[in-house]
Design a binder for this molecule. Structure first.
Ligand code: NAP
Ligand code: FE
Length: 362
């Protein structure tokens, strides 16, 4: 038995926004653009969208204060600033942080009295402003997922899921990713890799998600090293945008698993980029799946050989100072996370703690 649902209409090409500008016409007369502080101005994505909206006489307001790992408080601030306007739709432009924020804001502007915490209770709302997603990184796949990951008031990352926040349209232009630095290319590429591998090994994997996952892994194996070696390699960049989108479609079916939840505190408490923080644990996800799905693990080995080596070659090495209190807090959090039920293998407090200790520098 399997099912498949991923309702986002995807457009993928160079100059995708200009070429498909009629798409915006169906969404209404007033747009909210949600983006980060600088990069979308520099890589041309924001200008492209604003120009297209102007040419269609669609009014817009650009909210450009989204930071990395967006917090509940930042979303509250945004809603406060935006609630006096009457928007017909939301355009998220940027990496996963602006896209995830756009999703949360789209729901909250439609449900004015809903507190941000209640985004996590799907029964509390049944409407959202429609969302158009324009990714400028190639990692999160947020343009094709029903997830938004926010940092709660205690500093932990938590994702909420709702079919309403699948973007209606994703406009993917790999040209926008050409300006990514080597380190951003690595961390976002590794995030996509984690989505493909965790999704492939997830207990919720399906026949379709496996097809996407395997193709995504093959593309990443061939193209992430190329994109890291030569930032101007457009073919490699385009392949990474495609791989990231495929991997997003994978997790839309399977969710993410152990590596993601282990990585979350490293981003919010230690400032390690999401993809790097997650990939640091990916070898364990593969290792632990060996006894339950050996054929799948073989397939991963066929593609990458030793996945830990592939990740190290990409340049990832994390060593961190951490206190015993931090270790205890993070470990407890991981053990209660819903990701664990879809992760292969068994884990207890001791084994989770050991995974963090692996990267301890003190
Ligand atoms: P990000 O946090 O959105 O952005 C990281 C940095 O990259 C920012 O400084 C940003 O600039 C910059 N940037 C974005 N595009 C760029 C470009 N084309 N050239 C140069 N710099 C660029 O990065 P991300 O890795 O894409 O997203 C990570 C977030 O997504 C995390 O919060 C993670 O938890 C979440 N996530 C969500 C899903 C999902 O399914 N929804 C899945 C995985 C991860 P600005 O400051 O100007 O924006
Ligand atoms: Fe991720």
């Amino acid at each position: 038995m399997w099912q498949y649902f991923m309702p986002t209409k995807i457009f993928f090409s160079q100059k995708v926004v200009e070429k498909n500008k009629e798409v915006f016409k169906n969404f209404g007369k007033m747009a909210l653009i949600v983006t980060g502080k600088t990069s979308s101005r520099l890589n041309g994505s924001l200008d492209d969208i604003e120009n297209v909206l102007k040419s269609l006489s669609i009014e817009f307001y650009t909210y450009d204060k989204i930071e990395e790992n967006p917090t509940f408080e930042q979303i509250r601030q945004a809603v406060k600033e935006l609630e006096s306007y009457s928007f017909d739709f939301v355009v998220g432009v940027g990496g996963g942080s602006p896209l995830d924020s756009a999703k949360a804001i789209a729901v909250l502007l439609k449900n004015r009295s809903l507190p941000v915490e209640d985004l996590y209770d799907a029964s509390k709302y049944n409407s959202s402003l429609p969302i158009i997603a324009v990714p400028t990184t190639s990692g999160t796949g947020s343009e094709v997922t029903q997830y938004s990951v926010l940092t709660d008031d205690t500093g932990f990352k938590r994702g909420f899921a709702h079919d309403l926040i699948f973007p209606t349209v994703a406009l993917i232009d790999p040209l926008y990713t050409m300006s990514m630095s080597v380190s951003l290319t690595r961390s976002t590429g590794l995030d996509a890799l984690c989505h493909a591998v965790e999704g492939f090994l997830s207990k919720r994997a399906t026949l379709i998600s496996d097809l996407y996952a395997l193709e995504s892994m093959r593309l990443i194996k061939q193209n992430l090293p190329r994109a890291l070696e030569n930032q101007n390699d457009f073919e490699a960049r385009a392949a990474m945008s495609f791989a990231s989108c495929l991997a997003g479609m994978v997790i839309s079916q399977t969710s993410t698993t152990l590596a993601h939840v282990l990585g979350y505190p490293l981003s919010t408490f230690k400032g390690i980029r999401h993809g790097d923080a997650t990939a640091a644990f990916l070898d364990v996800v593969v290792q632990k799946a060996q006894s339950e799905v050996p054929q799948k693990v073989d397939k991963i080995r066929e593609i990458f050989g030793d996945i830990r080596k592939f990740i190290e070659v990409a340049g990832l090495e994390i060593k961190l100072q951490m206190t015993d209190e931090e270790l205890e807090k993070w470990t407890k959090r991981v053990l209660t996370a819903k990701h664990m039920q879809w992760t292969r293998g068994t884990f207890d407090e001791f084994s989770i703690r050991k995974l963090y200790e692996r990267m301890r520098a003190n």
